[in-house]
Write a protein that binds this ligand. Structure first.
Ligand SMILES: [Zn+2]
Length: 163
């Protein structure tokens, strides 16, 4: 399959609410293979369709033993709190501490269109929420206070210029 180009901040598609996935066909299965390839190549633990320029509610992840494809994802329950560093392939993996719930339940469809629910804790729960956010046009830096967000973006731009 193929490694796709990652859309970086401030790519317009990253700020859009994704369109629902309606066709669960071979094309979707192939796209998911590409998304896994692209994610592993970039050494990420999750990748959402807007990050490869597609305005679609779809993500893949492989994080601490939780490997799945999620189409039309929703977070249906959360509890607790965690405060850990988080990064994003679209923001050069520059890390920032984001406060999020400790536990999250994801409801989504697999590549065949079957609905499922999955619970996760810690890092994997963080991935559920981070990737579902992407499908809603939200980036992790949108959860940060303005000043910290600007600091992260400054660092990202600086690192980009060095490459
Ligand atoms: Zn991300």
């Amino acid at each position: 399959m193929a490694i796709r180009k990652i859309t970086e901040y401030p790519g317009e598609v990253l700020g859009k609410i994704g369109q629902p996935v309606t066709k669960f066909d071979q094309e979707l299965a192939d796209l998911c293979v590409d998304m896994f390839d692209t994610m592993y190549d970039a050494e990420g633990v999750g990748l959402a369709a807007p990050q490869i320029g597609l305005n679609l509610r779809l993500f893949v992840m492989d994080c601490e033993g939780t490997k799945l494809i999620a189409a039309n994802p929703e977070i249906i329950a959360t509890d607790g709190e965690q405060s850990s560093p988080e990064g994003c392939l679209s923001v050069g993996k520059v890390p920032a501490v984001v406060v999020r719930p400790m536990n999250a339940t994801l409801r989504a469809q697999d590549e065949k269109g079957e609905w499922f629910e999955r619970e996760a804790s810690g890092y994997a729960a963080r991935a559920f929420m981070h990737e579902t956010d992407h499908c809603n046009g939200t980036l992790f830096i949108d959860h940060l206070p303005k000043l910290r967000r600007e600091m992260i973006l400054k660092r990202f731009k600086k690192e980009k210029n060095w490459k």
